[in-house]
Ligand binder design. Structure first.
Ligand code: SF4
Ligand code: SF4
Length: 297
């Protein structure tokens, strides 16, 4: 599906993310996104938890404990075994691998949020991205359950829906989005989507050659359930490990069939009412005719 002649997007290569959160901070700063309530999550270095109305970039920290010998080739944290548990497996303090991934709105090719918005507040930009206009959103929230990734969210303070715009204002000025600009490792790359996909495939090949067979792309295929994502990822494990749906599907895919069914049902109903109305009139006329015959006799 060709949604923009020169579609731009994000390629997030999680294999080189260091979890510095510069992308989260840059996003908040540039877009003036409010705080998340300053909640301290003592179980993880992840202090924002998930994407939401006030978190448009979210750096997930997945702290994995794996039996020694099943490390992925990156080695253990700190380059050494962090201790053993009673059965010889990893101990309670043993974290052999951290996966870090900066998540964001996927700017889907088939975006259900767009399909269900009744006011036109959500629109497709000339860069192929999906943007919500805060001055048009009426806060109905239809877009929230429609998103297959759980990205878009209503803000408690004003009730309207908010999410990543891929820094539409910066793109209009010829600048890259704030998160990509701030990322010190180039884990977040911004550019024409076709170029990013080629670059990502080369990167996966290189990782495979280096003995990292678990490297895979997520959201890069135009043949997936949402027609491919404008923001896609290189992952080092199954999507579920990162909290991503393994096989996302555009939630409005059945709408055309439902409208056809509703249209057919409406036509049948009108037909039945017309038949009933005509039948009643016919019965009335016969009765009147019979009465007039009775009077003549
Ligand atoms: S990820 Fe969700 S909010 Fe973003 S474009 Fe797709 S459907 Fe819309
Ligand atoms: S700025 Fe780059 S390296 Fe730092 S957390 Fe974000 S994606 Fe990872």
């Amino acid at each position: 599906m060709d949604i923009a002649p020169n579609r731009y997007g994000f390629f997030t290569d999680t294999s080189i993310c260091i979890g510095c959160k510069a992308c989260e901070v840059a996003c908040k700063e540039w877009n003036d996104v409010p705080d998340d309530g300053f909640v301290f999550r003592a179980t993880s270095y992840d202090n924002t938890g998930s994407l939401g109305a006030n978190t448009w970039r979210h750096v997930a920290f997945i702290e994995q404990q794996r039996p020694v010998g099943q490390a992925d080739g990156r080695g253990q944290v700190g380059g050494q075994d962090q201790g053993e548990g009673p059965a010889g497996g990893p101990g309670p303090d043993s974290i052999e691998r951290w996966l870090m991934s900066s998540d964001v709105c996927k700017h889907c090719t088939h975006a259900a949020c767009l399909d269900v918005c009744p006011t036109g507040a959500l629109f497709r930009t000339e860069f192929g991205t999906v943007v919500v206009q805060e001055d048009i959103c009426n806060g109905c929230g239809y877009c929230v359950p429609a998103c297959p990734y759980g990205v878009i969210d209503r803000r408690e303070r004003d009730g309207r829906a908010w999410k990543c715009t891929m820094c539409y204002d910066r793109q209009l000025g010829g600048l890259e989005p704030a998160c990509a600009k701030a990322c010190p490792t180039d884990s977040i790359q911004f550019g024409p989507l076709d170029e990013l996909r080629l670059r990502a495939e080369e990167r996966v090949e290189r990782l495979h050659e280096e003995g990292r067979p678990e490297a895979r792309l997520y959201g890069a295929s135009p043949d997936d359930g949402v027609g491919g994502d404008g923001a896609f990822f290189l992952l080092l494990d199954e999507p579920e490990v990162y909290g991503l749906p393994p096989d996302p599907v555009v939630t409005t895919r059945d709408l055309p069939a439902m409208w056809r069914w509703a249209g057919g049902a409406a036509v049948s109903l009108v037909g039945a009412m017309a038949v009933s109305f005509l039948s009643e009139r016919l019965v009335g006329r016969i009765a009147a005719h019979d009465r007039s015959l009775g009077r003549r006799r």
